[in-house]
Design a protein around this ligand. Structure first.
Ligand SMILES: C[S@@+](CC[C@H](N)C(=O)[O-])C[C@H]1O[C@@H](n2cnc3c(N)ncnc32)[C@H](O)[C@@H]1O
Length: 349
């Protein structure tokens, strides 16, 4: 019994530790540049972000005036092993708590303190140092589910962050429950978590712009990464690469209204039917046959091309609408082999 609970705790700890990877500013800029108009006059909340370590804070604080934000709120979480300074983005002497106590930064304006005609991160530092009202300790532990953070969430318009992947289901559910706009990073596999997929199907959640390719994340130096090729160390800072991280959002994008060009024609030889489900397997998103009118199974990467005016999403093989035979729940069989991570779609007429 004791060993069991020890194992459970170790598992929990290692899971929590795996949540400690930090988004690079280039990745934030690449995505955020598409939404500038939608941020005007808005209250932005980054609720999984130690302001001194999060590039989300840095991006919004430095672009506060350019984006014409109304307010920026950032809260840190007590258990972050790096709170206390392992990955500081910038130092503000005497301000950053030296321990692990969680705190909140709230910015309502960023004046051009150094008078150089532009607002930069130096002006943010000046503000944090001289306006004591900007940083205040939290009463609780900074958990995004805590009453205190939910109160802040209620008052916010848009939530932007890279939340802990291990709590992604709850995290998304909370944003939808409170009717918030959001733009958050998550693992591509979350598309077929049943708690997330249902929002995709209901058209309450879709993907942003920059979903392909590899993204590098800063990690604490003792972060355990088994694959050599996914690590790089630059100026003594450790980075970890991930290839399947995508932006989940409910902010409007032009991308999801673009027509995806289809060029293939259906033949029964090229597109076999599943053994246990009435649909054809389309193993590459680019090969969706333009003239097939029934249900097709496509890889989850399809979501990056999904235009709701062109396609209808019917289900997923790990999704909500598990049929009585449990086909979706188990995966769809193709020549006796299970194919996972499929979305079932139809072309709209
Ligand atoms: C993937 S990291 C990303 C950090 C930062 N948002 C970024 O993008 O650089 C997730 C962060 O969420 C924090 N976190 C974990 N559990 C949390 C919780 N229940 N509430 C709020 N934050 C949490 C972790 O400490 C970690 O710093």
């Amino acid at each position: 019994m004791a060993i069991k609970s020890l194992n459970k705790n170790l598992h929990k700890a290692s899971k929590a530790k795996k949540d400690e990877f930090y988004t690079q500013i280039v990745d934030i800029e690449k995505e955020l540049k598409h939404y500038k108009e939608q941020f005007r006059g808005k209250i932005v909340y980054c609720n999984c972000d130690d302001p001194f370590e999060s590039n989300f804070f840095k991006y919004f604080a430095a672009n506060f005036n350019a984006l014409k934000l109304n307010k920026l709120i950032t809260t840190s979480y007590v258990r972050s092993p790096i709170v206390g300074g392992q990955l500081p983005l910038f130092e503000v002497e005497g301000l950053k708590p030296s321990g692990k106590e969680p705190f909140k930064i709230e910015i309502k304006e960023v004046p051009d303190a150094d008078g150089d005609g532009a607002v930069s991160i130096d002006d943010v530092k000046y503000l944090l140092k001289h306006d004591k009202n900007t940083a205040t300790p939290l009463r609780g532990n900074g958990d995004f589910r805590s009453e205190e953070c939910i109160e802040l969430l209620k008052g916010a318009d848009i939530v932007v962050t890279n939340p802990p992947f291990s709590l992604f289901r709850e995290y998304v559910a909370q944003l939808v429950e409170y009717g918030k706009k959001f733009l958050i990073l998550g693992n591509q596999n979350a598309i077929i978590y049943k708690e997330v997929f249902k929002f995709i199907k209901e058209n309450k959640l879709w993907l942003g712009y920059d979903n392909g390719g590899t993204k590098w994340f800063q990690v604490p130096n003792d972060y355990d990464i088994p694959t050599e090729s996914r690590i790089k160390i630059e100026n003594g800072i450790k980075f970890f690469s991930m290839g399947s991280v995508v932006w989940f959002t409910n902010l409007e994008t032009t991308k999801r209204h673009e027509k995806f060009t289809l060029y293939k024609k259906y033949t029964s030889q090229e597109y076999p039917k599943y053994d246990n489900y009435d649909a054809i397997e389309v193993s590459k998103v680019f090969e969706i046959p333009m003239d097939y009118e029934e249900v097709m199974g496509v890889p989850i990467t399809f979501l990056d091309k999904y235009n709701p005016e062109q396609f209808e999403i019917i289900g997923s093989n790990r999704g909500v609408d598990q049929d009585p035979k449990g086909v979706y729940g188990r995966g769809s069989h193709l020549n006796g082999k299970e194919t996972f991570k499929r979305l079932f779609i139809k072309i709209r007429k």
